[in-house]
Design a protein. Structure first.
Length: 384
């Protein structure tokens, strides 16, 4: 979850003539420039508090879904979100040390301890727009209004290799903490970002609106009924309780570490990391990422080597010291001297097998034949 801030500029005569129709448009080197926005972010602090109704619209391959959330945020990291998920009312409260999920329909409360170094919701809202301004090319700046707020609409040209998934999130340091719950069934990691737009409040630089689009997906978030720096009731951030008074169920988030090399991952993991031979991999794929997940509540570690080619086709090889969950209904298949299972899903082929107490898997996206997954697995697996 994330947030942002800004203020004033003048337009040339041509812009003045266009105000009544479409607002005031400036090229990046006129009026408010990209450098000006960078300076504003550097000098502007997030507000002490935010209250708003957030409208989120997802358009995926022409199908539109919309949902709203009510949010209260504080600069000290406390937050409260009221939303609806699959028809059930949910309240999510962060009191600074724990995050609580209250399912009002099931009358259940779950919680987990928050990493003390994690970025606060409100702070993150500002870091994401700042990343855009520092990393992307600004193609257009326009003065307009959103829900009564005077804003700068800033359009960016994302890098050619930017994905929607990467453009939504900000990684802070080599470790990140993720909630093991999916918020969308859309695979944003595979889709390219072609357009990014921000609507920044001119006074506070808060991102009143954010839109990102590409490859058949458009995600748009708008903060309405927005109030900044207004006092918030302390009771909003009290840990929620089930109606029957039962204690919350605590779960533990996995820790993710990104490694620079297979050797580094091998040294950090409690097992030997399986690496496929180069000639077994499809032509054109390159090692893109090495991720290590530590599931503290399961006492389990896994390391995934992710490969991708220029078209976005992917191969992933995972080593784990505990069994992972895979697609069901797989068929038996020989992986060298071992016997594993292979299954076909809408996303691709999943191969898994075990050897000497270590579990291995290969995922190959739909562009590859099943034999590719088996060949990669046989080249990566140790002798059983």
């Amino acid at each position: 979850m994330k947030r942002s801030r800004v203020r004033i500029f003048g337009c040339v005569l041509l812009c003045t003539l266009l105000v009544a129709l479409a607002g005031c448009v400036a090229l990046p080197d006129e009026g408010v420039s990209q450098d000006h926005l960078e300076d504003r972010f550097a000098e502007t602090e997030p507000p002490e508090s935010v209250a708003a109704t957030v409208e989120v619209t997802e358009t995926v391959d022409g199908e539109v879904t919309t949902h709203t959330e009510t949010v209260w945020l504080r600069a000290d990291g406390a937050s409260r979100i009221e939303t609806t998920e699959d028809g059930a009312e949910m309240v999510i409260v962060n009191d600074g040390s724990e995050r609580y999920f209250h399912d009002r329909e099931a009358d259940s409360v779950r919680s987990y301890e928050i990493d003390s170094t994690a970025t606060a919701y409100l702070e993150g809202l500002y870091e994401q727009p700042e990343r855009y301004v520092e990393s992307y090319d600004v193609t257009e700046i326009e003065e307009t209004t959103v829900d009564g707020h005077e804003v700068y609409r800033v359009e960016f040209d994302p890098p050619a290799n930017e994905t929607i998934d990467r453009s939504i999130s900000v990684q802070l340091g080599p470790d990140e903490y993720v909630l093991p719950l999916e918020t969308s069934e859309v695979d944003t990691a595979e889709r390219s970002a072609d357009r990014v737009e921000l609507w920044l409040d001119q006074e506070s630089m808060f991102p009143v609106k954010h839109a990102i689009a590409g490859d058949g997906i458009e995600l748009e978030t708008t903060y309405r009924s927005l109030s900044l720096d207004e006092p918030l009731d302390e009771g909003l951030f009290d840990p929620p309780e089930a109606d029957d008074g039962s204690d919350s169920e605590e779960f533990v988030l996995p820790t993710i570490t990104h490694h620079e090399s297979v050797a580094e991952a091998d040294a950090a993991a409690p097992f030997s990391v399986a690496e496929p031979e180069a000639d077994a991999l499809p032509d054109g794929v390159e090692l893109e990422e090495i991720s290590q997940y530590v599931f503290h509540d399961e006492d389990r570690t896994q390391v995934t080597l992710s490969y991708r080619n220029g078209d976005g086709d992917s191969i992933a090889v995972t080593t784990s010291d505990g069994q992972r969950q895979f697609a069901t209904g797989g068929d038996p298949v020989a992986v060298g001297d071992a016997t594993g299972t292979i299954a076909h899903t809408d996303e691709g082929t999943e191969l898994q097998w075990s050897c000497d107490g270590v579990d291995y898997s290969v995922f190959a996206s739909n562009e590859y034949e099943s034999e590719t997954a088996v060949s990669v697995g046989e080249s990566a697996k140790p002798a059983c």
